[in-house]
Design a protein around this ligand. Sequence first.
Ligand SMILES: [Ca+2]
Length: 453
Amino acid sequence: MKSKYFSVSALALATSALLLAACSSAPTQQPIKVTQGASVVSKEQTPTRIVTSTQSTQVAKPTQTQPAQTQAPAVQSTTSSAQFYASFDDWKSDFIRRAIASGYNSGAVYSLMNGAALSQRVIDLDRSQAEFSKMPWEYVEGAASSNRINQGRSKLNDQRSVLVDTENRYGVPKEITTAIWGMESSFGAGMGNMDLVNALSSLAYDGRRRDFAESQLLAMLSMIERGDVSQSQLKGSWAGGMGHTQFIPATWIQEGVDGNGDGRKNPWTASDALTSTASYLGNAGWVRGVAPYYEVRLPQGFDYRLIGEKRSLDEWRQLGLTSAAGEYFSGTTSAELWLPAGISGPVLLATQNFDVIKVYNNSSNYALGVALLAKRIAGGQGFVASWPTYESPLSRTQVQALQRNLTAKGYNTGGVDGIAGANTRRAFASWQQANGKIPDGFISQSTAGDLIW
Ligand SMILES: [Ca+2]
């Protein structure tokens, strides 16, 4: 009954979950991922990334995403996304009716939904926007704090047999899985106490992401029906993240794995969650033996127009790039030359595995945080180059001014939304190129100059 149903809603999830990912993680300052490579990752989403600037990266994030392929409404013919409901109870009774009409067991639907209550706090959280974006170093230093590195090593030891097993099976290094665990729930310490039915019902009623939220509620019904979880376990983050690695329900239905072999796929069981995370990254195209990024140095006379381009690791070596830390990199895996903080910061080759991490949370800062934390847990070093910490970000109003000015000069920023996303960075890089500057696309108070007034 639901397999068909879910083949539709899972696709819808692809789009809506990406949006959610964009909305729920901290940094607005999206590094300049101009081109996207791995087939599993859709275009960088930079819409309303929105969480208050004080949010710690320890806060569990509800950001699992599905590779986007096709768009489809979540509750197709019965969808109500355009509909306005006069009250929460109106939405609730209509949702119950539509869920039953589409084939869900009415007893199970009522059992899940009867007690659902509106949470204004969830709606406020969903709408809050940071006025200033974060610079990448603010994000990654928090992600890979010494405390989290030490804890990561200890937690990896606790789960070593599961993590070694998943590494062998899926090719995903145990430190990567551990780092995601640390980022998502502080290794299980912060899995979220929000009532998931109330939270997702409130998002559905509010309407901005109704299809997404309704798909998650239906997926929770399927999880209960499948015997994965009991209804009383459904506590998580305000936007639907569950358990140790904060999968959202619809992604769990698709990607959840029974890691401890007890017959249930339970995201609140560490071995199930960790196995599922590694499996998910494996399914998304993880390449064995390749790091998510390599820090490099550019040769004399380098053609800066290659910034943001993708080439194989071998081709980059032939172009004269060398490792900054004495690491060996080679092979046919594609990598993007990426300068997250411009020419004055670390110069990176971000590989396909970097993009694979982004299926978990479609943010380059997030992926960089995971990759760095994993590297440090494994005993590797941080960045060789220092960050240009004297640089400061633009406010949303300034980003809007930048977008207006660039548009007026003929550069396509893809609109004036106050978010410095991939289009804006690309437009800015073109402007830099045309004005005799290094086209690194890095936008800050000092680099944007007169364009923000
Ligand atoms: Ca299990």
